[in-house]
Design a protein around this ligand. Structure first.
Ligand SMILES: [Fe+2]
Length: 199
């Protein structure tokens, strides 16, 4: 059965396969069965999706087709927010959102690996947090500062692979431009709320 998000899933897969020289990406890819049944989810909008046009311009050449497809589908996807204004303030809530393309609650059903996209607006700090699941982030736009464990912040470019082991603290801080990042989760509860340690 074909669904309207098949093209987005195919582009997600193609983009990841382009990064399979990275051992962590290759390992996650080995666990993803791409013949996932689709799940009917109502569209749910999020304020930060207006930033997606800008992220298409900022995306690397390799990531741009995927960013463009995501921007095109923004109004039909079921966006989520884990945090409320009580956690990090209203400005954060207005500049943050994610969409699970596949996983235990995403547009395609997968109970082993979750994958999707995170958007952060300019000038936003997503403080130190951790979760049981092992995670890969690949920023599709560069310029955001990332930190992991006890290390300080460092700028990561588009297409770099950022690998967080289970329960390792990590944080992000955008500069003057928004961030669009692809994420993958495995090996833990795939819909678990992160534990915040840095707020
Ligand atoms: Fe994370």
């Amino acid at each position: 059965m074909t669904t309207k998000f098949d093209g987005l899933l195919a582009a997600f897969r193609e983009y990841l396969q382009g990064g399979s020289a990275n051992p962590a990406v290759a390992s996650f890819l080995g666990e993803i069965d791409w013949s996932m049944p689709s799940r009917r989810l109502e569209p749910k909008s999020v304020a930060c999706s207006v930033l997606l046009d800008r992220t298409v311009s900022l995306a690397s050449e390799r990531a741009r087709p995927l960013a463009k497809l995501l921007a095109g589908y923004r109004g039909e996807l079921h966006w989520g927010q884990t945090y409320t204004a009580e956690d990090f303030g209203q400005r954060f809530v207005d500049n943050y959102g994610w969409v699970e393309l596949f996983g235990t609650r995403g547009h395609f059903a997968n109970d082993k690996v979750a994958g999707g996209f995170l958007v952060l607006g300019p000038g936003i700090e997503y403080p130190d947090h951790h979760h049981v699941a092992e995670e890969i982030y690949i920023p599709l736009t560069g310029g955001t500062e990332w930190r992991m464990g006890d290390a300080g912040y460092g700028v990561r470019q588009a297409d770099e692979v950022i690998h967080h082991a289970s329960n390792v603290n990590h944080a992000m801080r955008t500069g003057g431009e928004p961030l669009l990042a692809l994420y993958l989760w495995r090996g833990g509860p795939l819909a678990q709320r992160s534990t915040i340690t840095g707020a």
